[in-house]
Every structure is written in C-alpha cells, then in structure tokens.
Design a binder for this molecule. Structure first.
Ligand code: T5A
Length: 212
C-alpha cells in the first residue's frame, strides 16, 4: 500500500526542526516505515540548489529565478526520493513543500498563484500532501527565535512585512484546504505544541486506517 505524505510548514523559527524529531518518534511508535526529508533539498543536487537559494548575495535574485530553482530542486527530490518511498509504502515526512512556494513566492514575493499552480501540475502531477501541519506564530517571535539560533540566511534577511505576507499566505492555504491542513499555535510552550501535534497525527492515523 502507498505511504502517506506529511508536510510541516510555517514562517521562520516556528519550530519545524524542533518538532520533526517528535513526529519521527510518533511514526516509530506506530511502527511505520518512514523517511524524513526537507525542501529545498533532499538529494545531493537539490541540496546544492538549496545552498544557491539560501546564501546571502549582493546580486538581486529575481523572483522568477527563485521560483524556478525551488521547482527544479522539487522535481529532482520527487523523482529520486519522495515518489519511490511512497510507492514502496513508506510514509514521508517533509520539512516544507509546495505550500512554502505559495506562501513565500506567491504571497511574500507577490507572484500570485496561477504560475505556481501550473508548475505544481507539471512537476507533481496529482501528488499533494495527505496531511500538512502548519505551525503558526507571530512573525516577530519566530524571527527572534531564529536569530538566537543562527546567522540570517537570504530569506531571513527580509523585512517583517515580507513575513507577515508569508504568514497570511499560510493561513489562506489552511482556509482553502481544511481537508489536509491543521494549524497549530506554535507560540505556546513546546509541550503544548507537541500535544496538539499528537492530536492531529492520531486523528489522521485513525482516518487513514479507516479508509484502508
Ligand atoms: N522556501 C522554502 C521558499 O521560499 N519557498 C519554498 O518553496 C521552500 C521549500 C528554507 C527557506 O527557504 C524558503 C523558506 C525558508 O526561508 P528552512 O531552513 O527550511 O529554510 O526554514 P527556516 O524557517 O529557516 O527553518 P528554521 O530551521 O530556521 O526554523 P524552524 O525549523 O522552524 O525552527 P527551529 O525548530 O530551529 O526553532 C527555532 C528556535 O526556537 C526554539 C528552538 O529551540 C530553536 O532555538 N523553539 C521554541 N522555543 C520556545 N517555545 C517553543 N514552542 C519553541 N519551538 C522552537
């Protein structure tokens, strides 16, 4: 049976990396074969594209180049890692996926949705996540957390207004796709965030068991 595809999303410093280990423990508790990966990245080539995208640089990166690089990495990642794993029956847990493109490039950069939707269709066909966990946090708090952890990458150098647009972009996605998206208040203490993650994962698990 085909595996399930879970993505975790949110603006900078929401706690994706912190909570991924917790989700991996949950997958193990269910004795599920799984693969944990990330975007941009996930294969040697796609990780090189990630480096190109995140490195601060003097040259202005135009929006279209940024968008196409995101999808170039995604095409490789899907072909080499995600699709083969799902086909073999493994669950795939991915730190960011195409919702990040809608939120960052679509809403943040103001590119809108139609070009992204076309590229999504070309690169992914009908593949969409089965469950998307959106960690939501006031932008200032996330940026503060991220800055305490490491130097800013090219995206983290953006202004607060950019991340406000990204955050609203994610909340729009959640409204449009309530069937697969769960928004979690990530400003809470970690144990409360993880309690909500468990509720969302258990609900998803039982509904996927019921649907066979
Ligand atoms: N991008 C990506 C696009 O523009 N388009 C796309 O299509 C895709 C796929 C990728 C960048 O690329 C962009 C978006 C991104 O800017 P990334 O590394 O995936 O970069 O994303 P980041 O948001 O930069 O990831 P971070 O690793 O910075 O943030 P996390 O993983 O969300 O946060 P995390 O877990 O490292 O936590 C940050 C700090 O907060 C603490 C943690 O201990 C850590 O110190 N923390 C908490 N503290 C208190 N209470 C809690 N509940 C806490 N949770 C975490």
């Amino acid at each position: 049976m085909r595996g399930k595809f879970i993505t975790i999303e949110g603006t900078e410093g929401v706690g994706k990396t912190t909570n991924i280990q917790f989700i991996q423990n949950w997958l193990e508790s269910k004795q599920l074969a799984y693969l944990c990966t990330r975007e941009p990245g996930g294969t040697p080539l796609a990780e090189q594209i990630r480096e190109l995208l995140l490195a601060p640089r003097e040259e202005l990166v135009c929006d279209t180049a940024e968008l196409l690089l995101m999808f170039a990495g995604r095409a490789q990642h899907l072909n080499q890692v995600i699709e083969p794993a799902l086909t073999e029956g493994a669950w795939v847990l991915c730190d960011r996926f195409t919702d990040a493109t809608y939120a960052y490039q679509g809403a943040g950069r103001g590119m809108g949705t139609s070009l992204i939707a076309e590229l999504e269709l070309i690169v992914q066909g009908s593949l969409r996540p089965d469950l998307t966990l959106i960690l939501d946090i006031p932008v200032e708090l996330g940026l503060k957390r991220a800055s305490e952890r490491s130097d800013p990458d090219r995206f983290e150098q953006e202004k607060t207004e950019f991340f406000d647009l990204v955050r609203n972009g994610y909340l729009d996605i959640a409204r449009k796709h309530p069937d697969r998206c769960v928004v979690i208040d990530a400003s809470q203490p970690l144990e409360l965030v993880q309690r909500e993650l468990t509720i969302a994962l258990e609900a998803f698990w039982y509904s996927s068991e019921e649907s066979g």
